[in-house]
Design a protein around this ligand. Structure first.
Ligand code: KG4
Ligand code: ZN
Length: 336
């Protein structure tokens, strides 16, 4: 059987990424051009700036990915690109480039759901991993507890009812004057702060629910900061970061573990940008061990947005006999 060489493109938010993969799980290159610097001064991603930056970057990143993989356009046999969810202008840049390559080279194209991509980062990291498993997806835009039954088959067991976990990290970081993106900064400060310093409320919701809610916690932290300022008390930001992070990760971990136990699943995986959080990795690992469950999470580079994870989804879709038409559009609110 001939090898499938996939060129994958991710441009749903503020990273222009291109990857070349062999047979879905062997990453020959995974180039990520971050736009963080361009957005930092605005305290968040500016959609118009993101689209323009993707246009400037895309051809350069494609060239780099081919070069690092030591292949040429002639060697590429398959194209994959994120078509949602994300910023529509940003999505269209990567998707249009992918369509142009598929059309010019007369090779198949697979449009990929970005959230599925995050789950599949685990398949790249662990070549022996197979579904079924429970996956906690925590990113800047999403918080889902998913039962992955097979490739492409999911049951959503829980989701956030308001803010995504990463969004909560970013908003609290902003209130603490830590800049964008806030998750990594809070993670760093939390390591030196006291996680028991402030008892922030944790929303468990109704008994048996696997949904999440972070807006109450976010308000509680903002109220705490305001009232301490009004009282003229000094704020120990390391303690606020550690206590806030602890509240978030305790809820995530507790619900993930009870979900796995209820479903009788021995395997848990973690995915998305917040999966890079060291406190979350550590606590989930501890609790998984306690319950004799196996936990897998991707390396840091594969947790945050990258094209390799997109190529992996595209590959499995393709070998199942699916491919996308060249009139595929970007879908900003695409669901898993
Ligand atoms: O998956 P991702 O790169 O983009 C989306 O699809 O949203 O996730 C980005 C999110 C941001 O909210 C960022 O603050 C968060 O992941 N993040 C972290 C850490 N690294 C990134 N949150 C907590 N701790 C981290 N170490
Ligand atoms: Zn993402």
């Amino acid at each position: 059987k001939e090898d499938i060489i996939t060129l994958a493109i991710e441009s749903s938010c503020d990273e222009t990424s291109v990857s070349v993969l062999k047979n879905g799980r062997t990453v020959l290159s995974n180039i990520i051009a971050s736009q963080i610097e361009q957005h930092q001064k605005f305290g968040g991603v500016v959609p118009e700036v993101a689209s323009r930056k993707h246009i400037e970057n895309i051809n350069i990143v494609i060239e780099e990915a081919l070069e690092e993989a030591k292949v040429s356009f002639e060697d590429i046999t398959h194209v994959a690109a994120t078509y949602g969810p994300g910023l529509v202008g940003a999505l269209l840049v990567g998707l249009s480039a992918a369509k142009a390559i598929a059309f010019a080279r007369e090779i198949p194209l697979n449009g990929v759901n970005h959230i599925e991509g995050h789950i599949y980062a685990n398949f790249i990291e662990y070549r022996e991993l197979e579904p079924p498993f429970i996956c906690l997806i925590v990113s800047g835009g999403h918080t889902h507890l998913v039962y992955m039954k097979d490739y492409g088959k999911y049951e959503i067991l829980g989701r956030t009812r308001d803010d995504a976990a990463g969004e909560a990290f970013d908003k609290i970081a902003r209130a603490l004057g830590l800049g964008y993106p806030g998750g990594p900064q809070i993670d760093k400060l939390a390591k030196i702060g006291n996680k028991k310093a402030i008892a922030f409320p944790k929303a468990y919701l109704e008994e048996g629910s696997y949904d999440f809610s972070f807006s109450g916690l976010k308000s509680a932290v903002l109220n705490y900061l305001n009232s301490e300022k009004m009282k003229g008390n000094p704020i120990v930001i390391e303690d606020v970061a550690a206590s806030f992070q602890q509240a978030v990760i305790e809820i995530l971990v507790e619900k993930t573990i009870s979900c796995a136990l209820e479903k009788g699943m021995k395997q848990i995986t973690l995915a998305g940008g917040v999966a890079a959080n060291s406190g979350l990795r550590q606590l989930l690992q501890e609790k998984a061990k306690e319950h004799d469950l196996d936990l897998k999470y991707p390396s840091l580079k594969l947790c945050t947005d990258n094209a390799a994870m997109i190529g992996c989804v595209g590959y499995y879709d393709y070998i199942k006999g699916h491919h996308s038409a060249l009139d595929l559009n970007g879908v900003p609110n695409l669901k898993i």
